[in-house]
Ligand binder design. Structure first.
Ligand SMILES: [Zn+2]
Ligand SMILES: [Zn+2]
Length: 154
């Protein structure tokens, strides 16, 4: 999904909806537009708040957001990071490849790209004669701010 323009993405999304006999609605478009325009990872609740602020008159429920996000993810237009019990955060899939550092306390996500890690993966695949199609690297831990807070509380 690397080189899609927004128009192409919308076209693709429309074809996905059509195949499933679902309507293309302004609500669905707004969800996609926010994810496309913002270089961020959103929970469904974050999106709901964002939409309510930007479009106070729009009639949209959290259920629509959940359903649309599932649909977008199934179509590989967006991807998600799972936080176990506390749910998922979504981002647009057409961003250049990157990996994630995830704070398990506040949920902050730091993106990084490391040439050596990418290269090493290719070498490992070569060693095992394996064809890599994709990979997900997530490093879990505690961010700087949360560690500071923990220190203060002690
Ligand atoms: Zn944190
Ligand atoms: Zn990301």
């Amino acid at each position: 999904m690397n080189s899609y323009t927004y128009e192409e993405l919308i076209k693709f999304f429309k074809s996905v909806l059509k195949k499933r006999n679902l309507k293309y609605t302004i609500q669905r478009e707004i969800i996609l537009k926010i994810l496309y325009d913002n270089n961020k990872h959103y929970t469904p609740e974050d999106l709901y708040i964002h939409i309510k602020q930007e479009h106070p008159k729009l009639n949209i429920g959290i259920a629509t957001i959940y359903r649309t996000l599932n649909l977008l993810e199934e179509s590989n237009i967006i991807t998600s990071i799972s936080f176990g019990q506390s749910g998922k955060k979504y981002e647009i899939a057409i961003k250049p490849h990157h990996d994630h550092l995830i704070c398990d306390i506040c949920g902050k996500i730091i993106e990084f790209e490391d040439e050596k890690i990418e290269k090493r993966q290719d070498e490992i695949a070569k060693k095992y004669d394996f064809l890599i199609k994709s990979h997900i690297l997530q490093l879990h831990g505690i961010c700087k701010e949360c560690r500071k807070k923990i220190k203060k509380e002690k």
